[in-house]
Design a protein around this ligand. Structure first.
Ligand code: GLY
Length: 344
């Protein structure tokens, strides 16, 4: 039923924005479920996506699809899927004929609460996450939490990792997240917490759309998290070991950055202890294939968030709801935080 509402919302937005043609980019994993919201007349490209395929080749495939269907600058692209798909689709839309409108229909928890709002689009390049891209907000993000009913547990946990980050940087969310029991509570009871995360993200992005200041608070956990994820992607390419999901990497990154928040800024130890408990219960310890500390520090020094070459820059917190951006971390401090993470 809600799917019908999504169909109606897409059609209404196409009229409002005077789109002359609607076309669809969809993650093949949800193509069957999404059939009822799609019009057979809308050209559709179904893609198998992964971090490895978040690449220029895939963007070319999307551009070719748009050209093949004669999409003009008044075309509207509907991106249906998780964060990798919405980042790819948004980037292809933003660069096709200097930019066409697009709508996100996130189908994973991670995409609902983070990736599909805020207009960060892009691809992985040179072994670095999201190192090529642009800010290009969708004209709308249509969230229907019914998609979560069939989402694998691992992907629910991945999205929950980003929710935990939000809980640490804003007020009035952390306690509710700690009380939410993923083992026993039905997924639809997450809805108010999802709505709160989306509202917080929209508020932060509205105040700083291009990440010049405030928006950097959303990067808490991501300096270490991205390095762990990149290292695990490299290990995957070399030996086929399953790479870390983004939200898992964020949880491990949060542990390292909470450790630094305690040691450098005097943050109370309680959130670190609570998150460590959640990590051990839900996520397990980080895969040892991504524990090469020297390589992780080198990756952090290349992070696009750094303002100077070879400097490690993080968001840390003084307490729950009190983040501090632009905290410079020495290699020794980064090493100590990683040592702590891998000792758990
Ligand atoms: N994912 C962090 C941001 O959108 O800024």
């Amino acid at each position: 039923m809600i799917c019908e509402e999504i169909h109606k919302a897409i059609s209404a937005l196409a009229v409002n924005y005077a789109a002359d043609q609607i076309c669809v980019l969809i993650d093949e994993k949800v193509a069957d479920r999404a059939a009822s919201i799609l019009d057979p007349q809308w050209p559709t490209l179904s893609l198998a996506v992964s971090e490895q395929k978040k690449s220029l080749e895939t963007v070319q495939q999307i551009w070719d699809f748009l050209f093949a269907h004669g999409i003009t600058r008044r075309g509207l692209l509907i991106c249906i899927g998780g964060g990798i798909l919405t980042d790819l689709g948004g980037f292809a839309a933003a660069t096709y004929k200097r930019g066409i409108d697009y709508i996100n229909v996130p189908t994973t928890l991670l995409a609902m609460i983070d990736a599909s709002t805020g207009g960060k689009t892009g691809i992985n390049y040179g072994g670095l996450k999201n190192s090529i891209g642009c800010f290009a907000p969708p004209i709308e993000t249509l969230i229907w939490t019914g998609w979560l009913e069939t989402l694998p547990t691992k992907e629910v946990l991945s999205g929950f990792g980003e929710m935990l980050k939000m809980g640490l940087i804003v007020n009035d969310l952390w306690g509710a997240l700690l009380r939410y029991d993923l083992d026993t509570m039905p997924i639809d009871s997450l809805q108010p917490l999802i709505a709160q995360c989306v509202e917080e993200k929209e508020r932060i992005v509205a105040a700083d759309p291009k990440e010049e200041g405030l928006r950097k608070i959303l990067n808490f956990g991501h300096t270490f998290g991205h390095a762990l994820e990149e290292k695990s992607m490299d290990a995957h390419a070399r030996s086929g070991i399953e790479p870390l999901d983004h939200g898992y990497a964020v949880v491990y990154g949060l542990i390292a950055e909470l450790y630094l928040s305690v040691t450098k800024l005097g943050c109370p130890k309680e959130p670190l202890q609570q998150l460590t408990h959640l990590m051990l219960h839900y996520y397990g310890k980080p895969n040892c294939k991504c524990s090469d500390r020297e390589a992780l520090i080198a990756l952090m020094q290349q992070d696009k968030k750094n303002e100077r070459t070879a400097q490690i820059n993080c968001t840390l917190i003084q307490n729950i709801g009190s983040p501090l951006i632009n905290q410079v971390i020495t290699s020794e401090e980064a090493n100590e935080a990683l040592e702590y993470l891998f000792s758990l």
